[in-house]
Design a protein. Structure first.
Ligand code: RTP
Ligand code: MG
Length: 143
């Protein structure tokens, strides 16, 4: 198994529900380590840039509006197979299809407001981490 990093976003709906700690707890108990974190309230430009790959999709406008509707918690998670492991903890994009015990089953209401984001591959993880964090802001494990 490879040690990987992935980008996590706790989205405005979940921050509004006051479950940042509960979600971090789930990451830690599944073997993922938080190596960088910050709270942000994205501008329209920042949200559009982050989701640029979706700009032709019909849900793009609603997605940007949602992601700018309140603060988010952005984190870098590190661990063995972190990208896949994180996606498993998150559950399916549509919470109606998310397995019991996943974050989206527990905290998401709809496909549009689905509590969390996670990078979908190591390449997108590298790009997404660099979108929000400088190298100096990432603090790998030392003990
Ligand atoms: P994410 O990027 O947020 O981790 O979610 P994902 O990979 O599971 O889903 P993706 O296809 O990348 O879509 C990004 C976000 O856009 C919203 N979405 N809405 N109404 C729809 O059909 C629809 N499809 C996607 C969701 O908020 C999704 O997380
Ligand atoms: Mg995605």
């Amino acid at each position: 198994m490879a040690l990987e990093r992935t980008l996590s976003i706790i989205k405005p709906d979940a921050v509004g529900k006051n479950v940042i700690g509960a979600i971090y707890n789930r990451f830690e108990s599944t073997g993922l380590r938080i190596v960088a974190a910050k709270m942000m309230h994205l501008s329209k430009e920042q949200a559009e840039g982050f989701y640029a790959e979706h700009k032709e999709r019909p849900f793009f406008g609603a997605l940007v509006e949602f992601m700018t509707s309140g603060p988010i918690m952005v984190s870098v998670l590190e661990g063995d197979d972190a990208v896949k492991r994180h996606r498993e903890v998150m559950g399916a994009t549509n919470p109606a299809e998310a397995l019991a015990g996943t974050l989206r089953a527990d905290y998401a209401e709809t496909i549009d407001e689905n509590a969390v984001h996670g990078s979908d591959a190591t390449e997108s993880a590298a790009r997404e981490i660099a979108y929000f964090f400088s190298d100096e802001e990432i603090c790998p494990r030392t003990r």
